[in-house]
Structure formats: structure tokens, C-alpha cells
Design a protein around this ligand. Sequence first.
Ligand code: MTE
Length: 314
Amino acid sequence: MLIRSPSDILPSEITPRAVYLNRREIMAGAAGLALGAGLPGAASAAPLQAAKSAFSTDEKVTSREDVTTYNNYYEYGVDKSSPAKTAHTLKTVPWTVKVDGLVGKPAEYALDDLIKGSALEERIYRMRCVEGWSMVIPWVGFPLADLIKKVEPQGSAKYVAFETAYRPKEMPGLQSAFPVLDWPYVEGLRLDEAMNPLAILAVGLYGETLPNQNGAPIRLVVPWKYGFKGIKSISRISFVEKEPPTSWNRQAADEYGFYANVNPQVDHPRWTQATERRIGEGGLFVKRRPTLMFNGYGDQVAQLYAGMDLKKFY
Ligand code: MTE
């Protein structure tokens, strides 16, 4: 993000498959005892039952290896390969999410209680990172709107604010004397954006519980926005009246806006947003793809921004 421009990212940063497979074997052995539950939050990958959603794209899905080893999760370092190596230190069982603010049912909810009553769906979404690369990811999750209805926001609530767990002992990136971001990582959506059926809370990937590097046990997925809106390992959801701060906007307001809608017409100050590199598509010299307005999800979301100047509200 701030640290590197897209052209600095080398293919060698992607963990070789052998290293990755070895890590999985080690993890499976070490965490074998926790496997049984089959619920989001289990300490190792467990299968999840999910019907494929009609919102899914039929584009070619990015390989599991790329999705789980080419990550941004700065609590685990700024290199793309770091989270896959170090995020296993996060203890995702048990997990609670504090719901507070302008809401009828505030509480510290156990993860299972937040999911209860929602059918898990597979949502194969195009995902576009602000750095200029994209992937197609088979998430497993449930509509964010389900959770919002469950906790009964008050009429005065206009925004939803999200916070990632703050656990320096389990997150090496938080121990640095020169923090990259003002921790904890925070993000937000307008309430009507959050209620849009495309917005989901993901608890899985590739038919299994989320790997830690992808934001276990629960993370936000908003496919019409740049990837940094997809806050990982959520521990708090607050309903508020005013636009909440967001981590990247705090860090560089002229580069990262609150809205962060994928928009090929509004360049990042340091690089174009008109095109993108699809991860896994034949190396550095393959032709870049044109980036689509709202990442191709305009039919579902364009009405949320009717009348807004999207150059101003970037
Ligand atoms: N959430 C937290 N807590 N910390 C982060 O550094 N990075 C964001 C987002 N969520 C980030 C985060 C960015 S920049 C991107 S592109 C996506 O996570 C990457 O998600 P993925 O690694 O699952 O593809």
C-alpha cells in the first residue's frame, strides 16, 4: 500500500508451493485436536457447508495457493508472504465480537451467536486491491445485513464501524517501535452500503474455515470496493452517527478515501487505477486487464452513490 508501489512486488515474494504445503502439514498435525468442531473459529481448516450464491461470478477462480500466500495483513508484517508464515499465532478460538453504539441489542457476542440463523453461502467474488492487482476468491459467508438486523440499529445510526482485534502478543506487526498504521485497524461503511446484499461477513474460503492470514475467524468482504475495506479478524462492530475513521485514510487521506469504490476513472495519486494485473495470470509481462467501474458490480451498487461526485468522494 503506502510502502510499495505495484511494480515493486516481485513474483519471488509468493511463497513457493513446497514451503506452503509443508506449513499446512505442520499446522494440521499441531492443531489436529481442535479440528473436530467444523465451525468457523476452529483452530485449523474445517469444512463448511455452503450453497453457491447467484451473486457469484463464473470467472476463473484464483488458485488457493495464491489466495492464501499473497496477502495484506499488516499486523503480520508488510510483505505479501509474511501473513501466511506468521498469522497462525492468532488464537481464533474462542472468539467474541463486541457490538455497541446506537444499537438495540449491544453485547459481547460469541461468534456462533452472530452466525446463528444465517445460511452460509459460497460467494465467488472478483476482488480488486488498491495496489493494482486482482483475484477471484471463493468466499464462504453470510450477508452483513443479517447481522445488522439481528442487533437492531437505532434510527440515528448512519454508519457501521469495524475494528480488528488488538493483540500485540499474537501480532508481531503491533510490536514495532515504528508502527506502520495507527492500531487497531479500523474500517467503516455507510449503513445503506452495509445493508447491500453484496456485502458479506466471510468465515471461510474454498469450502473451509478461513485461514488466519485471510482474516480468521471473521472478516468483511465488499467486492465493489478496494481490498483495504475488507477488514480482517473483526472483534468490534459499532453503530455510529458520524463517518468513522478508517486506517488507510488516517495514514494518507489524499491517497485512500472513506468510500474506496473501485473506480478506473480516479487514479491513485501515484499510479493508474484504469487497469489491473490478475494474480496467477502468467507473470509480469501478461497484458493488464481493464478495471471495471465498481469492480463490475455497478448494477447492484451504483444507486448507492447517485448524485455523488465520485472524484471528491473517492
Ligand atoms: N485487515 C487488517 N486488519 N489488516 C490489514 O493490513 N489489509 C487490507 C484488508 N484487510 C488489512 C486488512 C488490504 S490492503 C487488503 S488488499 C485485504 O485485506 C487483503 O485480503 P486478503 O489477504 O484476504 O486477500
